[in-house]
Ligand binder design. Structure first.
Ligand code: TXA
Ligand code: MG
Length: 320
């Protein structure tokens, strides 16, 4: 299937908004690069983004919002973070903040992290689409994994053609460079990815020097922040075919349930998209059950299974 490239007029944007609400993927222009968008509250739609990128790994995604009001429902923004939004939103500044307790953003968007990346794009098409979808939109750059970002609708079609239900053609993007990603979890912000807004411009607003990612490793509160993966407290045992009654079980596919401390099946029907959507919430729930060990039954290594296995291996790796 080839993705349909359509002009980004009001009729098509309204149609795209409907499609997003129905769980489809839509590629759209922002002022930086094209994004491949999904309803950020729909875990299965978000899982399809990772599948579409090819060679899938679960990197956390940016959630696109219309502005501060919508952002505050999703992330906890400090006074400093709010000042930054006043200075740079809408625009190419992405803020990484703690997720709020009640957010309905899928855990897969954050790759299991307690944080979320937020940005309000400054592009008329992106903004009209956000309004039409009536949802926050998770969207990575609309390119295949490892390729350069797409700055024209034709690049999107060439790279991930067929994966998006629709590609909204808004011409060439303005910056052609991704947004600047800034962690504002702590009082001292950290530059995680240089981008369209310069560090100097941010320093002017914060009135001091901005820490760079390399310098901040020791300061970040969670060791998972930079490696960006969620590590359970429980020991994780991979490719388990059997388990002890005091172990928690992370199952996949038609696994017969027998006595366990806790039991969650990622997808009884063996659907990798469903499994991906459930993965991080399941890991957290099993961890919270208090079991000392989680036994994970095998997940096939194909398609999204590659990313699921990658995360499971990381979560199982010994940590220092
Ligand atoms: O300009 C852009 O930012 C484009 C347009 C489409 O908005 N989007 C984009 O998304 O470049 P992506 O997925 O290609 O890059 C997202 C970046 C990655 O470097 C990712 O690690 C970081 O944001 N990120 C997202 N959530 C994070 C989190 N919770 N903690 C730390 N970093 C995060
Ligand atoms: Mg990218």
């Amino acid at each position: 299937m080839q993705s349909r490239i359509v002009p980004a007029n009001s009729e098509w944007i309204a149609e795209a908004g409907q499609m997003l609400r129905g769980g489809a993927l839509v590629a759209f222009p922002t002022e930086t690069v094209y994004g491949l968008g999904a309803d950020a509250t729909n875990g299965e739609a978000v899982a399809r983004i990772f599948e579409a990128k090819g060679r899938p790994v679960f990197n956390p995604l940016i959630v696109h919002v219309l502005g501060l009001e919508q952002a505050l429902i999703i992330g906890s923004l400090s006074a400093l973070a709010r000042r930054l939004t006043e200075a740079f939103w809408p625009g190419p500044l992405t803020l990484v903040a703690s997720r709020t307790a009640n957010t309905d953003i899928s855990p897969l968007v954050s790759a299991g992290l307690p944080t979320v990346a937020l940005r309000a794009p400054d592009h008329p098409v992106a903004r009209e689409l956000l309004a039409a979808a009536h949802r926050p939109l998770a969207a990575p750059s609309a390119n295949r994994s490892g390729h350069v970002s797409a700055t024209r609708a034709e690049h999107v079609a060439a790279d991930i053609g067929g994966k998006a239900a629709l590609i909204l053609d808004g011409g060439s993007t303005m910056h052609g460079l991704e947004s600047t990603v800034l962690s504002v979890i702590d009082d001292a912000p950290v530059l995680l990815r240089p981008g369209a807004i310069t560090a100097e411009a941010i320093e002017d607003v914060i009135g001091g020097r901005l820490a760079r990612r390399e310098e901040a490793v020791g300061h970040l509160t969670s060791p998972g922040q930079l490696a960006s993966h969620y590590a359970p407290n429980a020991r994780l045992r991979l490719n388990a075919y059997d388990w002890q009654p005091d172990e928690a079980v992370l199952a996949f596919g038609p696994v017969a349930e027998k006595r366990a401390h806790a039991f969650i099946n990622l997808s009884e029907s063996g659907d990798l998209i469903e499994a991906a959507a459930n993965l991080f919430a399941a890991l957290r729930a099993l961890d919270a059950s208090g079991a000392a060990s989680i036994a994970a039954t095998p997940v096939p290594p194909t398609g999204l299974g590659e990313a699921i296995n990658d995360r499971l291996r990381r979560a199982a790796a010994p940590r220092g």
